[in-house]
Design a protein around this ligand. Structure first.
Ligand code: NAD
Ligand code: DAU
Length: 370
């Protein structure tokens, strides 16, 4: 049995990881630490908290005293570190919080783990998994080979720079202090519980509400889409069986440009409205409710500054060393994701009330149609 700390467990990937971990390793003790920023949502964890399946702690990874108490009390043998500021556009608008959490917060957590695992818990065969991003490698041209674990770092946004800095800190703790840490760098996740500020949920929800679908630039930017369930399986494999000190890339093998992704979402919604008559009364502003395509809402708008053109992941190392592969086909995964948002209207209505609207105004009001 392991005693596991999951930071950022109330975020998109974190919630999915908590549920996946409980299913895969029900005897492990899980402690979720999350500061409950705008990106967090605890609803899916509430049943687990109520029946003591997990311990939930609201707190900041930058709070050294809190971390010391948690490590003392729970004698963690696993740390899965996901807490972060994660949205590129927000990092462009206001980078400060990204440095605070992603760099200083990660440092504080590393230090707490080191102190605990060198001290009274020194005998524990502990492991620290730092969850990072492919964005640290920068941007690829259309025919460049995919990122490998030895691709040079070249971050282009404040978010990517803050994640790169955190990766370097983790590496330095391994080399200097022998902290038993590992790093994963993954591509764009999609699936249930993703915050509606990100491309896929934003487009689904805008289409349902009959709002414009704002594609940055000409929509030729390419991302590699990784279903969050495949990502969570990879994380659990790496933390158990990965080699300490190593980095593993995790990708979905699904390179798509943004035009194609948004078009596919529109087609999935059009089909759903054609087969489920209740949707037209639930979402009367959606063009599909009148038999028109959601594609009519697509608008090309002012590009993101420093917008990386293409990401692609070479996940050979993960497959060859640990036998971990991605199984979710993108067309199926995206279809299921569209259906999940149709089935969880109250969830996204709650998430998009209040402060979310202020963000939408800030990020989109200056973007003009191009
Ligand atoms: P998210 O924004 O949905 O969730 C982040 C969580 O961290 C939130 O619950 C938030 O409240 C919490 N948090 C933020 N600051 C904190 C702090 N100071 N202390 C404690 N908790 C704090 O992010 P996500 O998409 O779930 O991403 C999780 C991790 O995976 C991040 O480290 C991100 O960089 C990385 N990642 C995400 C993707 C992706 O496509 N979503 C891809 C690659 C890597
Ligand atoms: O590659 C991994 C990264 O993927 C993670 O590290 C980040 O945490 C995660 O947010 C994601 O970053 P992206 O910037 O790629 O994701 P986002 O959903 O913001 O945008 C995906 C693509 O869609 C990108 O090319 C920008 C574009 N886009 C995004 C939004 C929100 C639009 O065209 N319009 C939009 O409104």
């Amino acid at each position: 049995m392991q005693s596991v700390l999951i930071t950022g467990g109330a975020g998109f990937i974190g919630q999915n990881l908590v549920h996946a971990w409980r299913r895969a390793r029900p005897t492990d003790r899980l402690v979720v630490l999350d500061a409950m920023t705008y990106a967090a949502n605890i609803r899916s964890l509430e049943p687990l908290i109520a029946d003591r399946g997990i311990v939930f702690v609201k707190g900041d990874i930058g709070d050294a005293e809190l971390l010391r108490r948690l490590f003392d009390e729970h004698r963690f043998t696993r740390v899965a570190h996901l807490a972060a500021e994660s949205h590129v556009d927000r990092s462009i608008a206001d980078p400060q919080a990204f440095l605070q959490t992603n760099v200083l917060g990660t440092f504080t957590l590393l230090k707490a783990a080191l102190d605990a695992w060198r001290g009274p818990s020194a005998e524990l065969a502990a492991r620290f998994l730092h969850v990072s991003t492919d964005e640290v490698y920068g941007s690829l041209g259309p025919t460049d080979p995919a990122f490998t674990e030895s691709t040079a770092y070249r971050p282009n946004s404040p978010y990517a720079a803050s994640k790169a800095a955190s990766d370097h800190l983790v590496r330095s703790f391994v080399e200097t202090y022998k902290l038993p840490a590992l790093i994963t760098n993954c591509s764009n996740n999609y699936g249930p519980y993703q915050h509606p500020e990100k491309l896929i949920p934003l487009m689904i929800i805008h289409a349902l509400e009959g709002k414009k679908l704002p594609i940055y630039g000409d929509g030729s930017n390419v991302r590699d889409w990784l279903h969050v369930s495949d990502h969570c399986n990879a994380l659990m494999t790496v933390i158990e069986r990965g080699r300490v000190g190593q980095t593993y890339n995790v990708g979905g093998g699904n390179e798509r440009n943004n035009r194609d992704v948004v078009g596919t979402i529109c087609d999935a919604l059009d089909r759903a409205f054609a087969t489920d008559a209740t949707l037209s009364s639930r979402f009367p502003s959606c063009p599909a409710s009148a038999g028109n395509s959601c594609r009519s809402l697509i608008t090309f708008v002012t590009d993101r500054p420093g917008h990386d053109h293409r990401y692609a992941i070479d996940a050979t190392k993960l497959a060859a060393e640990l036998g971990s592969n991605c199984n979710v086909d993108f067309a199926n995964g995206l279809g299921q994701t569209v259906q999940w948002y149709l089935d969880h209207e109250q969830w996204w209505r709650d998430v998009t009330s209040g402060a979310y609207q202020a963000w939408i105004d800030q990020n989109y009001s200056f973007r003009i149609a191009v």
